[in-house]
Design a protein around this ligand. Sequence first.
Ligand SMILES: [Zn+2]
Length: 149
Amino acid sequence: MFRRNRADREFREAQRAGQAVLAMHTELPLPDCPSPGSQAAPTPAAPESTVVPDFLPADFRAPSRQDVSGFMMRWDLPLIVDGEVHQCHCGAYRNWIVFNMRDDSVWLRCESDHETKEARLDTAWYNRNSGPVDHFHPTLDEGLRHLGQ
Ligand SMILES: [Zn+2]
């Protein structure tokens, strides 16, 4: 109980700070089937190399991008892509889960579990907009539960 309360508090603090960032060691069931709302988009620019921050103690150092299937974070606010509020085909425009996969793709998942690849976003964008990795999860479901979905 205490651990969970503490985790919840830490999560809320992370949320207040901007985002909670997660990484997973397992393969995600992504991509599945693109939702009807997804539109063709230009191929993202060449991926940047991943730099592991060196100011953290070794115990807290994030594994390299090759060590995990991907990263995930909550994005509760409306998400602006190319100057427009991104909207799911179901009408959702906030409370996203944002995934950044090992192949540098970025996926958006709405509250109704619709997953779409957003080709206008990439790892560079994710890195600019995410905080430090604070949790690691063996499964996607665990990560989603941690994020409150
Ligand atoms: Zn949706």
